[in-house]
Design a protein around this ligand. Sequence first.
Ligand SMILES: [Ca+2]
Ligand SMILES: [Ca+2]
Length: 560
Amino acid sequence: MRQTKALLLAGAFASTVAASLPRGVSPEFAKYYGKDKFTCINNPNIVLDLAQVNDGSCDCPDGSDEPGTSACAYLDPLSPPQPLPGSPSGSTNTTPALPGFWCENVGHVGAYVPFSYVNDGICDYDLCCDGSEEYARKGGVKCANRCAAIGKEFRKAEEERLKGQERALKRRRALAKEAVQLRNQVQERIVKFRSEIAGLEKTRDRLQKELADTERAERGKVVKTGKGVKAGGKLGLLVSLAKQRVDELRETLDKVLDHRDDLQDKVDELETILRNFKEQYNPNFNDEGVKAAVHAWEDYAAKTADEKPPALQDADVHSVLKEDSEENGVNWKAFETDDETDTDVLYSFEAYLPPFVRAYLHEKLHAVRVWLVESGLLADNSGSTTESEAVKKARAALQSAENDLNSRQNSLREDEADLAKDYGADDIFRALKDKCISTEAGEYDYEICWMGQATQKSKKGHGNTSLGRFDRAEIETADEEERTDGKSLGKGPRTVLRYENGLHCWNGPNRRTDVWLGCSEKEEIWRVSEAEKCVYKMEVGTPAVCEDNRKAAEGGKDEL
Ligand SMILES: [Ca+2]
Ligand SMILES: [Ca+2]
């Protein structure tokens, strides 16, 4: 006892209260000791003499009378019940009241050592740097106090760790700031897209109307049926038939005129014969037949002398007989030109009219034609392959405006969805989005892209395997030992990014990956493992998940 007191007194933090405490009692449990009698902590009905504390005999069912020995080390809620004198139940299936032997570790950090380590002949410096748990010198073992050196080392490492944490937090604040800027950019784009879309909708409506108007106007026109064919329509046919008929009549007239000239020649010859006969015949020769003939001739001659010459002049007839041309007769070419259509002929007709009548007529003709097309009485030529240039142009302009509009609408939808997406606290993952980190493990390189794809890449050139695409973030509880290099998840709630729907596994599900995140100064894949078939686990460090405890204290003040 005296030795223990001396040890405790040697400690800088040993107070008068501590000095009076039995060996192995931590400040946490000090209130139960230092009285006249000792009451078992979890069994208040059992009261012991102070001599029974640390006497090497387990007297309390919860072991609380032996804080400084290993006498109650066997107590375990999981061990089978054992007979124990003084226990109301008579057995030991109880939970120890004390967490362990308290090493004060002055100059370092105090810690509990399992009771089974007490006086086992081994210096357990990792927990008890002051060596106080080997006070019995079992087997001559003496554990020197190494707390000064171990404590110094620890404080140095702790300082390093805190500096690293500070750097990580600084980086996180930078990421958060970047995320705010990125979010603002998305919002600005949304405003821009909305205004552009409103403008493009107006343009589209205008172009739609223009196209409809152009198409409507085109319906009023007869469209040529194609090359090598004469002007279409009934008028075209009529022109061709008329020309043919006129040619036939002209030929006939020519023959009739020839025949007429022949007959005239004969009449002239006969008249000459008769005239000579009248002048040369002998009136004294009494022949009744000759006298009657001479009288008939005299009547004929008298009658023809009174006749007017025919109204038809030979010049006129010859003019009719002459071939039609631009200068003479009918100008058939004017009716036969390729460019002309029925409607054009009608419009040419308008050319002979005074301007105001022409405009009025033009409008009426057009309206009638459109009405006929729209009522189904006339064929609509606008749908044919021979769509006019005007309609084509109007349609192309509309199409181009619609394409622009669609593209803007898609961009707007993407940005709106992006803005609604959960990027974690402070929108932090927005700043990391699409950035990738990778590490090598065995024959593969593993890569994860934030909010993107997780990939396994073969180093032997066997191609890449998708291990999933980011789907959602969740919180899960990690329970892992802290590592000295800081690259571990530790214990507590951690963010887990679920990457789903990777490449299908042969005879299994689609590959997926859980990306567990721990606080670290830089983005880094710590470890990759295949937790079960086709389910991968990546432990990844990133400043994005570092808890900024000072932030609340500083009222969100950003020192960057
Ligand atoms: Ca005892
Ligand atoms: Ca020991």
